[in-house]
Design a protein around this ligand. Structure first.
Ligand SMILES: Nc1nc2c(c(=O)[nH]1)N[C@H]1C(S)=C(S)[C@@H](COP(=O)(O)O)O[C@H]1N2
Ligand SMILES: [Mo]
Length: 259
């Protein structure tokens, strides 16, 4: 174990013992943290007319403050789901190696139960209207990383590019190299689901899924496909890559839907 790792784990232990919740430096720089409480929580509390009291159940839709959509789980008092622990680092995980995608070769395709298949080039995708989402990441291997700021088109913007047929109830998310992940259309269309091109105000790196990755904040991180290349809308559910090798079909971290 390196000195850095030792210091980090000491810090994490201390934080776990005191119950102190870490905030990312970028949020402080962005002025989003005051005295250890995110402005989001404070604004939410005052909007609800309560002070000195926190909500235990998040609002189902998320809250938008200062142009940022706060994923509802970021408003929980205890933000770490059962069986998870907080980490400050950001591990890189995928089946196989990191993919280096040339944006010039990258396209995004909407197919399946749509009136007409649609293919966007990288420059068309980058011109789409964007949102910002603050979310927590929960990997099924037990690490959780809080306060991630994502930027990119929201799932509803992407869905609006195609006329989705009424029979469609599921979305198969597709990524380079044949990776897939399945979602119900309703999970996909939540307001905090985003096709991220930036993380913490920096362009997304190749290892975390550049040029575009999906982020589905309310489900385990395996649903958040890196190097995403398109969506297929279907009337029947079809397990994706991790779901076919034993992961849970939905993956709600608060219910520990792991396997
Ligand atoms: N294309 C692709 N995306 C993927 C995966 C994968 O194997 N391939 N694995 C998922 C899993 S299991 C996790 S935990 C996260 C990890 O994302 P990160 O490397 O940015 O932390 O990516 C998800 N997205
Ligand atoms: Mo994972």
């Amino acid at each position: 174990m390196s000195k850095g790792e030792r210091n980090r784990s000491k810090k994490e232990n201390r934080r776990a013992e005191t119950g102190e919740i870490s905030r990312r430096q970028f949020l402080q720089d962005a002025g989003l943290v005051i005295g250890g409480v995110t402005i989001g929580s404070m604004a939410l509390l005052s909007a609800c007319g309560r002070t000195g009291e926190t909500t235990t159940e998040p609002s189902p839709t998320g809250t938008t403050i200062g142009g940022i959509i706060y994923s509802p789980d970021t408003q929980r008092t205890n933000r770490i789901p059962p069986g998870q622990h907080e980490t400050e680092s950001w591990p890189v995980l995928q089946a196989g190696g990191v993919l280096q995608i040339d944006p010039q070769d990258w396209t995004f395709t909407l197919s399946g139960l749509v009136d007409e298949e649609k293919v966007l080039s990288y420059s068309e995708f980058m011109e789409l209207p964007r949102v910002k989402v603050l979310s927590d990441v929960h990997c099924v291997t037990t690490w959780s990383r809080l306060d991630n700021l994502w930027e990119g088109p929201g799932s509803q913007t992407i869905a609006g590019l195609a006329n989705i047929k009424p029979e469609a109830g599921f979305v198969i998310v597709k990524a380079s190299g044949g990776f897939t992940a399945n979602l119900t259309l309703s999970d996909f269309l939540q307001t905090d689901v985003i096709f991220a091109v930036k993380h913490d105000d920096q362009p997304l790196s190749a290892e975390h899924g550049a040029p575009v990755r999906l982020v589905v904040p309310r489900l385990y991180f395996w649903k958040s496909a890196k190097w995403v290349t398109g969506l297929e809308f279907t009337d029947e559910d079809r397990p994706g890559f991790w779901e076919s090798v034993g992961y849970h079909n939905r993956g709600d971290p608060w219910k520990e839907e792991r396997h």
